[in-house]
Design a protein around this ligand. Sequence first.
Ligand code: PRP
Ligand code: URA
Length: 209
Amino acid sequence: MGRVVVIDHPLVQHKLTIMRDVNTGPKDFRELLEEISMLMAYEITRDLPTEEVEVTTPLARGRFRMLAGKKIGLVPILRAGLGMVNGVLRLIPAARVGHVGLYRDPETHLPVEYYCKLPPDVNEREIIVLDPMLATGGSAVAAIDFLKERGARQIKLMALVAAPEGVRRVQERHADVDIYVAAIDSHLDEHAYIVPGLGDAGDRLYGTK
Ligand code: PRP
Ligand code: URA
């Protein structure tokens, strides 16, 4: 069973609370999502392998740790996942970025694929799937299905707000995937929106309705 890590750092929680507020507009919403994504990237990369290298400081020669060069791939789920990319890239600038386009059918709430473009060496990279909302889990499960069909073997999921249903669904369908979230909220409403949540993340990011 994959791990579920709730990043309850005070800065993350403070920024998330502002994002939840219905009065927060798209500019602040975008900036906060980018900032939280950067903070979450710090946690999600905690287990990256390091190696010792020799460095000469102004005073002495010594051996010190650096990243062992593991390749990373970021895969935002369009559209709302795009809002997380720049924050993560600030900490991992060498990461390659693939895109999976999915939208939830408003009637069935099932994900519909409309785009997929991934780095060619997706099988050699640790993949971080980005999507702020993990509601029913349908979109995340579908995106991870696509990634595995195209060869990805090491996948983590980074979301901002999850419903317990979505967490369970990903754990059941992809037991090898660790899930990182800033909050697990109460439940889904009859339209499969997360309650209390923050509303429609894509609309709030881009000012659409
Ligand atoms: C939202 C969100 C997730 C999905 C979550 O996307 O960004 O991708 O819903 O719901 P699920 O867990 O029930 O699948 P949406 O379909 O609204 O598309 P958008 O990002 O283009 O607005
Ligand atoms: N997608 C969103 O953007 N918000 C939700 O609460 C559920 C799905």
